[in-house]
Design a protein around this ligand. Structure first.
Ligand SMILES: NC(=O)c1ccc[n+]([C@@H]2O[C@H](COP(=O)([O-])OP(=O)(O)OC[C@H]3O[C@@H](n4cnc5c(N)ncnc54)[C@H](O)[C@@H]3O)[C@@H](O)[C@H]2O)c1
Length: 258
């Protein structure tokens, strides 16, 4: 393969690797030669994806909301492969009340959802970065943010549907983006690069009125597909981005420029 995007000698771990976006990320990383660890709570789906990717992929069960489970994930990958070159935080933990409209969110739900998502992103990135600090040639961490970590939701796209953008999400994703900058600054001297990818909305059979309005408001005229993020993750995991850290790579069809 060769070239700056080549990941043939890389061990890449994707937390949330069995999800809508995570599955495409695992495919993109594997296509560029990486050995991919599909790390997810969903065992059946995760095994399936690892099987489809072939010899250079494996599934590892992890609950990112449980610190012991995260530590075990890191230890298992180090035992099996000796190192972690790239780690992607792409899980989406939430409680059963997540997604309610603003008026109905309780303080308990706010706390729990922030704990499940923002805190688990920290715990995982922190544990992996500690391992990368001990490698003499660093590594790359990619945290998934969102357009809604950069700007407020445009609620008009949800009109006439049951959909909304939860208030917790604004704090979680704003937090993820600034956590990324902190880690990038602190870990630079260890050669550990930390960046984020901020996706726009991914088409997933949402309410047709929402989809129409979302597409109209987006310069590229469509919602994202999971595959739209493959290039971004390969870039940030590989030597192609060797001098890039603390960056938020926005992949949103232009949504946030309007
Ligand atoms: N889908 C979108 O439109 C969109 C837009 C912007 C940002 N994002 C972000 O992208 C990331 C991935 O989103 P997605 O749409 O692929 O979500 P998804 O729900 O399709 O997938 C998330 C994955 O995380 C796993 N997961 C959930 N809880 C877990 C836990 N406790 N431990 C381990 N794994 C767990 C699930 O099993 C699932 O495989 C999230 O950070 C999300 O906020 C998504």
């Amino acid at each position: 393969m060769g070239g700056v995007f080549d990941l043939s000698d890389s061990i890449a771990v994707v937390a949330g690797g069995a999800g809508l976006i995570g599955t495409a990320l695992c495919e993109g990383l594997a296509d560029h030669g990486a050995t991919v660890v599909v790390a997810d709570a969903a065992a059946e789906r995760g095994e399936e994806i690892a099987d489809e990717l072939g010899d250079h992929a494996e599934f590892l069960r992890v609950d990112v909301t449980d610190e012991d489970s995260v530590v075990e994930m890191v230890e298992t990958v180090l035992d099996r492969h000796g190192r972690i070159d790239a780690f992607v935080n792409c899980s989406y933990p939430r409680n059963e009340n997540y997604g309610q409209r603003y008026e109905d969110v309780t303080a308990d739900d706010w706390r729990e959802n922030i704990d499940l998502h923002l805190n688990s992103y920290f715990v995982a990135a922190h544990a992996v970065s500690r391992a990368m600090m001990d490698q003499n040639d660093g590594g790359s961490i990619v945290n998934f943010g969102s357009t809604y970590g950069i700007q407020a939701p445009d609620f008009s796209v949800y009109e006439g549907t049951e959909m909304t953008s939860p208030v917790e999400y604004a704090a979680i994703k704003g937090g993820v983006l600034n956590l990324t900058r902190y880690m990038a600054s602190y870990l630079g001297e260890y050669g550990v690069r930390v960046n984020s990818i901020s996706p726009g909305g991914v088409f997933d059979d949402q309410h047709p009125e929402f989809v129409d309005r979302y597409e109209e408001r987006t310069p590229l005229g469509r919602m994202a597909t999971p595959e739209d993020f493959e290039g971004a993750v390969v870039y940030l995991a590989s030597d192609a981005s060797g001098y890039v850290t603390g960056h938020n790579l926005v992949v949103d069809g232009g949504w946030t420029i309007c």
